[in-house]
Design a protein around this ligand. Sequence first.
Ligand code: NAP
Length: 304
Amino acid sequence: MSVIYDRVALIGLGLIASSMFWAMKRSGLAGEVTGYARSSESRDIAREIGLCDRVCDSMAEAVEGADLVVLCVPVGAMGAVAAEIAPALKPGATVSDVGSVKKAVIDAVAPHLPEGVHFVPAHPLAGTEHSGPRSGFAELFDHRWCLVVPQIGADRDAVEKVEKLWQGMGALTGEMDADHHDLVLAVISHAPHLIAYTMVGVADDIRRVTETEVIQYSAAGFRDFTRIAASDPTMWRDVFLSNKDATLEILGRFTEELFALQKAIRDGDGEHLHAYFTRTRAIRKGIIAAGQDTDAPDFGRGKV
Ligand code: NAP
């Protein structure tokens, strides 16, 4: 593949930024990539492992002369970062982000960006429970979706170039408006994370009270919740605080369904339970058919 941007700046050097760097390098998509992380510890690690062609000690230095600047910090930090980089942005540059929530990020970032700078919000639907500069890998985005959320009146060339970059990093791209994105993500990601956090919290309470062996026997299903519930606390705090309405809407529906299942169990209504589980099983088949997971038993873990 050929170079898409001569100069890319990554602000924040965690899981997503480091994966972007390795994916861009894998396919030669960027000339020079600069990077900035808030702590000197993360910047030192980045220098040690060769993460970014140049690691900078200030955001202004990192974005100076960049054609594309990608904000890879927690959602709640996006506004302050945009305010800080704004005076140093090159005219005609594109600013993008990878935040898991779109409406709140757009509201926080857009007002700071100077005239003549393009803003192309994006969100790769790929991640792991790990964070920090060492956690990234080039394959993270392969065959995963990256949703691009263009603003009304956005420069189409700028939008298409961002999409091309994500395709070059292995992703499939699609466009959505911000409100729809936030509702869809509340269903497929945000509410499931909250449910996993809750389930693990409940198991922990039970373990403390009854000395139950929840860790020893966790392969019965519980460990899949624990992987999700090990996700970064700062990132997820910000997701829930900034996607409040959509998450509450989905949790309301979830609670109604949960009560219906609870009642079916109490009433011995096996027909209701069987019909419900038959419907949900079909969704799993759809995910496998869409190439978004493996159909290997136990997620391909074998005898782990
Ligand atoms: P991460 O591994 O925790 O890295 C976050 C980076 O942001 C670190 O470099 C951190 O600096 C920096 N940072 C944290 N707070 C900051 C602040 N207040 N001001 C400036 N910099 C700050 O996070 P990540 O998983 O890459 O997530 C980054 C973004 O991607 C988030 O917006 C998240 O919603 C989104 N996202 C995450 C996933 C996922 O599964 N993880 C998937 C898709 C999108 P230090 O290293 O110095 O602390």
